[in-house]
Structures are given as structure tokens and as C-alpha cells.
Design a protein around this ligand. Sequence first.
Ligand SMILES: [Zn+2]
Length: 177
Amino acid sequence: MTARPVAASFAGVEPLTEDAIRGSFVNCSKGEAARIKLPAGPVPWADLDFLGWTDPSAPLRALLVVPGESGPTGVLLRRPEPRRSAFSRSSMCKVCLTGHGASGVALFVAPLAGPAGRNGNTVGEYLCSDLACSLYLRGKRQPKMLLTRYEETLTLDERIARALTNLTAFTERVKAG
Ligand SMILES: [Zn+2]
């Protein structure tokens, strides 16, 4: 099976400007987008297929900015509170398919775009809890406790393309409202 890229990767591409990041969000108001704190510290753009971070001023707020043919799509997410026993012992990120133990995967919830979201409708996805799928794919970060090893025959480029396909499917669900 060959995964085909649906979107250009950020890897090797010019870093996004703050304006481009703030202007990309599809499921929050302009005011909310303006208040989001950008990633603290240097961003490893050369190793990123998408940008994912936790708002340094709001630990339960997470952000994704995913590249696409018509420009980046930003999605605001809520992560579960750490005390809630929402974590399974072992689970897999639905985007990069990295197997994690304990709290390495979390269910992120995104308000839908437009009126549906304002009425409280959401969509959720299980993702690496640090949103560092790009680094796991490249072996630059390791799961803390690897309980299941998924046998991969795909190349890195194919796995990156698959992750972007999966992630774009999620952001499209959010955007559709
Ligand atoms: Zn992941």
C-alpha cells in the first residue's frame, strides 16, 4: 500500500510567520486566535510536517497548524485534564501510528468550525499527547514506554504522507463544521 501525499510537508519549507499561523485557525474567533501564545523556544521546522503545540499560558489548550494546497489550516484543541482517567494503558496515535504507553496518547477535542462549533459540537481524535508525531516518525523522539511495536514496511516519506493524510482528514472534519 502506498500512501500519497495530500499536502506539501512543512519539512524543508520556510517557517510560517506569526501572522500566517494566527490567520490559519478555522474553529475559533479572531480574538481567540490573537490571544494564543505561540510555541515557547525554538521550533524545529526542518523536522516538522505540521506544527503542534500546547499554549504555554493555557496547558489544556493545544493547537495544530497543518499545511495544505490552499495554505495552512489551524485547529484549536482541548486536551483532557491529566487527572481524569481518560488514558488507557497503551494506545496508538491515530495520525502517526506510534504506539505509546500510559499518557503518551490523549484524546484531543476540537470545536467544529462555524455555528456547529458555537453550539457546542466537537470532534475528537487520539493523538500523541505532545503533538510531536513528526519527531516520532523520524526517530528523533522515542515513546517513554513502548508496549507495542508496529511492524512498518513503509519508508519514512510514505509514513509522513500517511500521517498528513490522517491529520488532514481530521482538520477537514473540523473545517466542515
Ligand atoms: Zn502521533
